[in-house]
Design a protein around this ligand. Sequence first.
Ligand SMILES: [Zn+2]
Length: 347
Amino acid sequence: MFVLDAGEAQDILRKQSNSGASLQAGSESEDADLIALVSYAQRLAHVAISGFRVGAVARGESGRIYLGVNVELPGLPLNACVHAEQTLITNLLIHREPSVQAVYISAAPCGHCRQFLSELVCAESMTICFGKDMHAHKLADILPERFGPHSLLEKGQDISLLLQPQHHDVSLMRPIDASSSAQSAVEHIVFAAAADKAIQAARTSYTPYYRCPAAAAIIFTPTTGDSPPEEASGLTHQITASAPQASESLDADSGWVQKQDHEIAAGPCMESAAHNPGMLPLQSAIVAGILTGRLTSFDQIVGAVLVECNDTPVQSAKLEAAPSIHMDASVPPAPLSTPTIPSPIPI
Ligand SMILES: [Zn+2]
């Protein structure tokens, strides 16, 4: 659903416009078709808070087409929300796409995303297209004199930029001990599988500045499969439902695994020279789950595993440990002026 080959993209466009549109690499029609897919991507957005849908589309060097959407996470701070460009980058990273030539976005990228895009290995060469006419911009024009990856590094220091292969030689300090856990045997198997997926993802972390590989894996229950979760221009997305009992199937390409009737998706952390625009491990794992097309509601998530190194300057787990005190709301929420946006899909 979020990664398309040319044939799948043609099917979507045909159903969307009923015009038999085709994708021809390198031609002008390619641009038009990728732009047409932006509105398709918008419909896949998870916007339970704002209702404002953003879609992003890019064709990778491999020829595959990647979609990104904004993902809002009700119950978490607003800055935990993931923008469409961040989802797109996560999609590219998880699928080991080496570069893109152009990115098409339904709304002008915010400063945060312009900054994050500057981490890409193809940041200088790619075009970023948005606005009414999908005008093509270079990053240097829309983020002049930027604070980029090399601003933080010593002169001449070479790093592998985002989308270039990363490998961190990390592993669990000790095996997970089933006997010391209150988990049932099945829970232990699922937890151990999630930890394994998280470790695999951590090895691909983008952490050029602080060398703090980390990743998270979410454990979620399968969708029922009875009612398709999405509709896009008349196209219904069928989602395969349950995993077979006591079995495992692994999609090595996407970091997704089924284990003991649970599903697991893992994603690595991604740093940014400007710190904030990166991806936290849990954000990345949730996005990885959504990209499988099998995570359609937040309620499906039953657990998560976060792996990170001891005593590194960046620690993600501590963010979760802050005490919280609840209070009564005395200020009514401001009405949003988005009455024409379709009903949000809960997540
Ligand atoms: Zn943004």
